[in-house]
Design a protein around this ligand. Structure first.
Ligand SMILES: Cc1cc2nc3c(=O)[nH]c(=O)nc-3n(C[C@H](O)[C@H](O)[C@H](O)COP(=O)(O)O)c2cc1C
Length: 294
């Protein structure tokens, strides 16, 4: 599946772009409305982009009465990204989404670098969300941890159905003239091509550590990038920063994937999946029994 990365596409203002995806992922929704951080909130970095939006969103009440019914009219699967400042807040939103048939899945944003929050562990958040909903739960992790494979295992044991990898990394850019931080809050989240090798390493590690399906993202711009993420172990791939520069990216990337597959003699992305892990394919089982091998 090809998706958008949360916060990188407004499906209500660009419905045709959303319809060119296999599922639409919303901007993160929190219990209360948030104005987000003060401007300037976006800056160019040499090899990507820095943002400090601060989870600006209408809050769950207005999301359910206003945004969700309008999104449902797009008739593509909707994944709702959920955020909060404590495990109970995630659980509250999940339970309110549970009865909405138009919500295909929930992505738990346990990794936003642009909000100050108590450091609830990803596993605790997943566990309380799991009790609150029957919807598929995707845990969106940050690569800024010493052992992302261990976090992935903990999220899996807590009841996550999949992983979204990765969120932005904290970065700083300075204004060329003043040499002061470009963004009002100084530090923001780095996205775009600079993130790709970091994201690939995270996908690779989590594929090795768990049997969970992965949505890979971080600097995906081309069909070749999609093949890289799938070969590293991602079942699905999301486009983020690329959508700001090229709203036609989904259809262009799909066409490029077809060319890349053809050039390699592959019939589809299943032929590419886990190519980067020949040791897992050949061994067949692992000592801790965590891997489901293909
Ligand atoms: C402007 C902007 C807003 C974002 N907002 C969110 C958000 O609300 N929730 C979230 O989980 N990730 C958010 N992200 C992170 C993206 O979903 C994605 O994880 C990250 O940008 C890496 O992908 P990319 O390099 O393709 O952009 C945001 C990214 C950008 C650039």
């Amino acid at each position: 599946m090809l998706l958008n990365a949360s916060g990188c596409l407004d499906a209500l203002t660009a419905p045709e772009v959303a319809r060119s995806l296999d599922a639409f992922v919303t901007k993160t929704v929190t219990p209360l409305p948030r104005d987000g951080n003060p401007p300037v909130r976006i800056a160019e970095a040499e090899v990507g982009m820095l943002n400090s939006i601060g989870l600006a969103n209408p809050g769950i009440d207005r999301f359910l009465t206003g945004n969700l019914p309008r999104l449902a009219k797009l008739e593509i699967p909707i994944w709702v990204s959920v955020g909060g400042f404590a495990a109970e807040e995630y659980a509250e939103i999940c339970s309110r989404l549970d009865d909405h048939a138009e919500v295909a899945a929930i992505e738990l944003n346990v990794s936003c670098p642009n909000v100050e929050s108590p450091s609830e562990s990803a596993a605790r958040i997943v566990a309380s969300a799991r009790l609150a909903t029957r919807k598929p739960l995707w845990a969106k992790l940050s690569a800024a941890v010493p052992d992302i494979g261990a976090v992935a295992c903990a999220a899996c044991e807590a009841g996550a159905d999949g992983l979204s990898l990765v969120n932005t990394l904290r970065g700083l850019t300075l204004d060329a003239r003043t040499l002061r931080p470009s963004l009002a809050p100084a530090v923001g989240g780095l996205s775009g091509p600079a993130l790709k090798p970091v994201a690939l390493a995270a996908v690779y590690a989590c594929y090795q550590a768990t049997s969970m399906p992965i949505v890979g993202m971080g600097g995906v711009q081309t069909g070749r990038d999609v093949l890289d993420f799938v070969a590293a172990g991602a079942r699905h791939v999301a486009l983020g920063t690329a959508l700001f520069a090229d709203p036609d990216a989904p259809s262009r990337v799909r066409a490029e994937v077809a060319v890349e597959l053809d050039a390699r003699g592959y019939s589809d992305l299943d032929d590419v999946y886990a190519t980067a892990h020949p040791e897992l394919l050949s061994i067949g089982t692992t000592t801790n029994g965590k891997y489901l091998l293909k």
